[in-house]
Design a protein around this ligand. Sequence first.
Ligand code: NAP
Length: 545
Amino acid sequence: MNESELDAIVIGAGFSGLGMLHSLREELGLNVKVFEKGSGVGGTWYWNRYPGARCDSESYIYCFSFSQELLQDWSWSGKYPEQPEILSYLEHVAERFDLKRNIQFNTTVTAASYDEETNLWHVETDQGDRVSARYLITGIGCISTGNIPDIPGLDSFQGDWHHTGSWPHEGVDFSGKKVAVIGTGSSGVQSIPVIADQCAELKVFQRTAQFTIPARHGSIDQQFIEEEVKPNYAELLEKARWSAGGIPVDFAKRSAFDVNDSERQAIYEAGWKEGGHRFIFGSFGDITSDLKSNATASDFIRSKIREIVQDPLKVEKLLPMDHPLGSKRALIDTNYFDTYNQEHVDLIDLNEDPIESITASGIQTKSHSFDFDIIVFATGFDAMTGSFFKMDITGRQGRKLKDDWSNGPSTYLGLQVSNFPNMFMITGPGSPSVLSNMPVSIEQHIEWIKDFIEYAEDKGIDIIEAEPEAERDWGKHVNEIAEKTLYMQANSWYLGANIPGKPRVFMPYAGGVGTYRKQCVEIAKEGYPGFHLSKHDSLNVAVAD
Ligand code: NAP
């Protein structure tokens, strides 16, 4: 590849980067280079190798849709795809479509700056690369910069510690070990039961008790795949694309109050038995929008916690009382609550007994000193903006993305930022991706960006740039939609609430992937209103406010 003739630089080789590379190279014939920090493809699934890691989307719909042959040939083994299998899938995609020849691994992009004179993005890496291209596309994931809380004394800890989001590739041997897990979000809820099975003693440090529903994970239903999925993949995927959450299922429309108490109880019991997110979307249409309806589902889950967990002291700590179901990321689990019935598993409520420091031998809380061999941080991520801020991204006239987003991220459609021409984001803040089945959102972004670049190239347009007004309107729209949801009722990473000092801005678009797609399609049809499209000349240097 002749690097002096690069058309596009893509950052990241997860679902987003692989799909973008394939699309730009195969459909537009562009010369593309991908930089990837890891030694292999996979993104999230390369780094998150913690015990029990798997996706909450059912496997048949957690995939690329650009190749019918790929859809027909690939077979998942589990109902939900587990991390090693997702990684194999992405490896397979990279090999099958010969993507690795355009990917430079073990390379972290450190800086990217837009040059108004040449209309090029100049990219620098930690390996000393200095390359330029017309388009810069970030596929850096939205949950990829780990949050390790600033607890005094971590440096002094004599044991091992790991964050779930950068798990050692060789695995961690928990046998005979005293283990602490801090955090009970998706990663904690998945890893706690598996770690408990392997270690001598486990103490879970919980800040917020969680609602979680049994996943009922198991082998994939081959008959369902062969008879209902593979012959109908095109229709299923189309349904997913226009749905709220990127999955091809029908949501219940009835209200929780359209039925009497015993009918409602029976519906929740059936949902609990079936498991997974169907408990929410298959039962009542207003659980996620109406607090009273939500309370019936929240109460049902609390009753299940009381039923499963034997120790009344643990029950009290495990009951989520401070936020409604679904206002934080909805969780599904395997044996999460049952795990607390094991004698070697204990739970520390950080609201009663906060961590004061990490010591050479373990964790010091306000009232106890605990010894540990291993501490697991399942403490989440500096989501949506953290990975952008790790790079020094400079737009027109030296503007820094970090400064422009100091009060929270601001984008048009989650795809572009004013004053950063020809830079596109896949799953950026303001897009619905994190509230959906990711590959469906990612492919929508990829397709839309590819179409836009094709449109611009056909018309001789050199500069694509979101207009500040469109960006402001989109931010307002994202906010208005969020205000109507129950998401505003919890301290979650969607709002940046997990990172001390981070601006409280609801970052994802909560209007649903179908509604979002419709707006994107209309904008494309109308010739991309809200974007300033221009030919490059070296005087085109005006900065938009
Ligand atoms: P998370 O949802 O942000 O959970 C982090 C946990 O750590 C929370 O319990 C949080 O408590 C706690 N915590 C954070 N800082 C703390 C501190 N200083 N002291 C004590 N506790 C602290 O992170 P995650 O579990 O890694 O999941 C992040 C997202 O990744 C998920 O929401 C999901 O979108 C994605 N994910 C998906 C899957 C899947 O598909 N199954 C699996 C893993 C991750 P608070 O609740 O009080 O903040």
